[in-house]
Write a protein that binds this ligand. Structure first.
Ligand SMILES: *Cc1c(COP(=O)(O)O)cnc(C)c1O
Length: 362
């Protein structure tokens, strides 16, 4: 990942501005609301923002630790100087145990055989994953008996579950939480640390009933709907420079497959950004951009390295900055709204930002 702290005004073609102050304030707001320590989820390179500045910024909140998806991500945090507990939230491959222990990472385990293997290979802190409805990882809430002997031999330091629809008011979160409580009651002893809440669950109630909370997407500026009790500040702003301008005549086409045609004499600008940067192809003819305080349409197909916008009647020069999501002046294109235009989840849009695009964290 290329991370720098300042934009070179002349040569940076496309970049993401990461507002570390807003990231910190989003974390503070969640901590005040939940009134328990945070375990920020920084998997997938900090949701695409660049994990090192994210981790360093959130460390100011004195979190319980950090959550990642893979051993490699955990090692990256250790290499960057993370001293707090780092929990790996996907099932461990048996061969990964030595590497995980060497980097002082905490696995999440859920079967009698993986628990036994962890103990036999040397043991250490671990958390029990309890599945209450996502059906991807964890022991089923109503099958705790299967792991009774294993947890008696090596009691977990923590136990957790994960909600599938905490942003919906459909009763599913309450049902999953009851299953979680039943599972905990069925364990030989209550683990000292219990956790369940993702961003949407944290926002829904105050305080959290559990020992710590696991926020992800809210930290990075994506909320759980207009009616939610807590709204994040935007953190990520995707920018690209205008690299060429042209005047089109009626019926001139733009982009592959000529999916857009001028119906009037038009002025169009080429931006130095495409789907190879993570600005998705499905945004062509659907999304908008902000240029010099105006909203303009993205026209034609988004191409690998270039995207075209219609700037007819809008002041625009080569070298000007366009914003594809995030804020420009008083206007804001939220990650959610842009993702919705492409039929994507906001998580996908953020984590889909590619290596080529420079992250400018300040
Ligand atoms: C990603 C993840 C979270 C954070 O979810 P958000 O919806 O981004 O807040 C929490 N817990 C687990 C286990 C996760 O994998």
């Amino acid at each position: 990942m290329t991370t720098q702290s300042t934009a070179d005004e002349n040569t940076t073609r496309a970049w993401v501005d990461i507002d570390l102050g807003a990231l910190l304030r989003n974390g503070e707001a969640l901590a005040r609301h939940a009134r328990v320590p945070l375990l920020p989820m920084v998997k997938a390179d900090g949701y695409g923002l660049g994990v090192v500045p994210v981790m360093r910024t959130l460390s100011k909140l004195d979190p319980f630790g950090f959550g990642v998806a893979t051993v490699t991500e955990g090692r990256e945090l250790r290499a960057a100087g993370a001293l707090k507990p780092v929990i790996v939230f996907t099932p461990l491959l048996p061969a990964e145990s030595p590497l995980l222990r060497e980097s002082n990472l905490v696995p999440t385990l859920s079967s009698a055989s993986t628990i036994a293997a962890w103990i036999e290979s040397g043991g250490g802190p671990w958390h029990l994953a309890i599945d209450t409805g996502v059906s991807r990882a964890g022991v089923r809430w109503d099958c705790i008996g299967e792991i009774g002997d294993a947890v008696r031999r090596s009691p977990p330091d923590g136990a957790f579950t994960h909600f599938h629809s905490a942003e919906l008011d459909d009763g599913s979160m309450e049902l999953q939480e009851q299953r979680f409580r039943d599972a905990i009651a069925a364990l030989p002893e209550r683990p000292p640390i219990l956790h369940a809440d993702n961003s949407a669950a944290i926002v829904r109630r105050s305080p959290s009933p559990w020992s710590l909370v696991r926020p992800g997407v809210f930290l990075y500026g994506v909320g759980s709907g207009a009616r939610a009790a807590l709204q994040p500040e935007p953190v990520v702003h995707l920018r690209a420079r205008v690299v060429e301008l042209r005047d089109l005549r009626v019926d001139d086409s733009v982009g592959y497959d000529a999916t857009w045609r001028a119906t009037r004499p038009s002025r169009v600008a080429t931006l130095a950004l495409g789907y190879a940067d993570g600005y998705r192809r499905s945004l062509g003819n659907k999304a908008e951009a902000l240029v010099n305080g105006r909203r303009v349409p993205v026209i034609g197909t988004v191409m690998m390295d270039m995207t075209v916008i219609d700037v007819t009647g809008v002041p625009c020069a080569v070298g000007d900055r366009a914003t594809l999501f995030g804020a420009d002046g008083d206007d804001l294109l939220t990650v959610e709204s842009v993702a919705a235009r492409a039929g994507l989840s906001p998580y996908e849009l953020l984590t889909g930002l590619r290596q080529r695009i420079v992250r400018i964290a300040a």
